[in-house]
Design a protein around this ligand. Structure first.
Ligand code: FAD
Length: 458
């Protein structure tokens, strides 16, 4: 067995606080997840050091011009796809009160408003002081003791000069590095000799470069849908491809003269054609992949760690409840991995759980029991006919998961109005993709939300 296991089982190695332990914890990333983790760790009596590569908190919500190796996937016009009342942390409502520093008071605000909110969260809970900015974690190494060696590179200037590598030991590591940065692209036969331009939504910023072009957009979910509509405003033609659509699909979307929904791309040809499953084709200038992202932990994939965990077809194995690696639990934890969820409340609850497991306030099951649970999850997925890459997709049961976490932690959990509002907004988005951000009919839920928020607003 891995040498760490026995040590981890014996505890985190930190000092005693009565029956509870307090650990020195390295948190990787200062986006919403890292900040939630830092807050909950401190509340539980741990000492957290947050490593952040960027110069501020906010993660993917810090808009940046597209560049090689950039972190953020935000494009200029992006507005949230969830109503703000649903999105916010449970005890820090995402509201635009009169006199606040809000930059977009709408229910589905632009990305700048989310960044403002996250930064306000960091100020309100005094988290800035815990973060080491412009500090990139390059390696996390499990030593033979109970300790984790964290190696990092800090840049003292924005141009990346004066880099220094340093390392430091911690009792535990909480990984919060986000998972919307490493593009996943569709495999298209013949694309290597296709002469057009390929890109991923990760680098999409503004529609102007697509003026008068013919664009094939692969993916019809959040990004694909929104970006297709935006590009249709300037492009000659936009063909949005939905992998799940029947082969015969070829329909012009209402309200557009140049936006088409198509079946999956079958192949690309050297003369510039892109051929769809129904045999029809278009000569396209650009294929824009809106096909999602891959989990990536470049700082973890050392030989030694491979015994601990692996990422295969977007399954991180083994992970107990998407958070702990059983063999070294609770000393290595991941926050914010599940997708098709409301991220902020989820990372808040996961963080409470991790903090309490590290202090010993909550006892985790044995390594064997956790592994059994991981296996049960895989069988369940298989029975539902889900592909492996959906292991961390919580589409149908995020609220069961949230409730389970809340129960573990003795936390109030996700409010019933929030669950109902999420469902209402999700349905509305499917029914009215053009207008769901401007029109809604969940007024009774809004009233309940704002009633609840009174507890937290001043
Ligand atoms: P991130 O915000 O990505 O933060 C990760 C942080 O880790 C970054 O600051 C990064 O610099 C840092 N980091 C990474 N590697 C290292 C390293 N080696 N060393 C040091 N630091 C490192 N969510 C919603 O609730 N509503 C929405 O409407 C919504 N829309 C979205 C639209 C897009 C296009 C995308 C991409 C995401 C959207 N999300 C939305 C989901 C969004 O990802 C979450 O809201 C949330 O920001 C995730 O936070 P995070 O902390 O997990 O990751």
């Amino acid at each position: 067995s891995f040498p760490m296991a026995a040590a981890a089982a014996a505890g985190s190695g930190g000092s005693d606080r009565g029956m509870l332990r307090s650990a020195r914890v390295a948190v990787i990333g200062a986006g919403a997840a890292g900040l939630a983790a830092a807050r909950e760790l401190r509340r539980e009596g741990h000492a957290a050091v947050v490593f952040e590569r960027a110069g501020d908190v906010g993660g993917t919500w810090i808009y940046e011009e597209a560049r090689e190796g950039g972190h953020s996937s935000m494009y200029a016009s992006l507005r949230t796809n969830l109503p703000r009342e649903v999105m916010g942390f449970l005890d820090f409502p995402f509201v635009a009160t009169p006199g606040s520093s809000s930059v977009d008071a709408r229910r589905f605000p632009r990305h700048e408003e989310v960044l403002r909110y996250i930064q306000e969260f960091a100020r309100r809970f005094d988290l800035y002081g815990l973060v080491r900015f412009r500090t990139e974690v390059t390696a996390v190494v499990v030593t033979t003791s109970t300790r984790w060696l964290v190696r990092w590179r800090s840049t003292t200037s924005t141009s990346g000069e004066q880099e220094q590598e340093e390392e430091e030991e911690f009792d535990a590591v909480v990984v919060c590095n986000g998972h919307y940065t490493e593009p996943r692209v569709a495999d298209i036969p013949g694309v290597d000799s296709w002469p057009g331009k390929q890109m991923h939504s990760h680098s999409y910023r503004v529609p102007e470069p697509f003026r008068d072009e013919v664009v094939v957009i692969i993916g019809a979910k959040n990004s694909g849908g929104d970006i297709s509509r935006e590009i249709a405003g300037v492009a000659k033609e936009v063909h949005m491809v939905n992998r799940a659509s029947p082969a015969s699909t070829c329909e012009r979307l209402p309200g557009y003269h140049n936006l088409w929904l198509r079946s999956m791309v079958e192949r690309a040809e050297p003369d510039g054609s892109v051929v769809f499953r129904d045999g029809s084709s278009v000569r396209a200038h650009v294929i824009l992949h809106c096909t999602g992202y891959k989990y990536s932990f470049p700082f973890l994939l050392l030989q030694q760690q491979l015994q601990l965990l692996q990422v295969d077809d977007n399954r991180i194995h083994p992970l107990y409840k998407h958070v702990f690696v059983p063999q070294v639990a609770p000393n290595l934890a991941f926050i914010g991995l599940p997708f098709k969820v409301i991220p902020f409340p989820l990372v808040e609850l996961q963080s409470c759980w991790v903090a309490a497991a590290l202090s010993g306030r909550i006892r985790l099951p044995s390594e064997e029991e956790m592994m059994e649970e991981v296996g049960a999850r895989y069988s369940e997925l298989q029975a539902m006919g889900w592909p492996q890459r959906h292991t961390h997709c919580l589409k149908h049961n995020q609220f069961d998961y949230d409730d389970w976490l809340a129960e573990q932690c003795g936390h109030g959990g996700v409010e019933e109005w929030r669950k109902a509002m999420y469902d209402a907004a999700s349905n509305k988005k499917v029914q009215c993709p053009e207008t769901y951000r401007e029109e809604w009919d969940d007024h009774h839920l809004l009233e309940q939300a704002y009633n609840d928020f009174q507890t937290y607003i001043n």
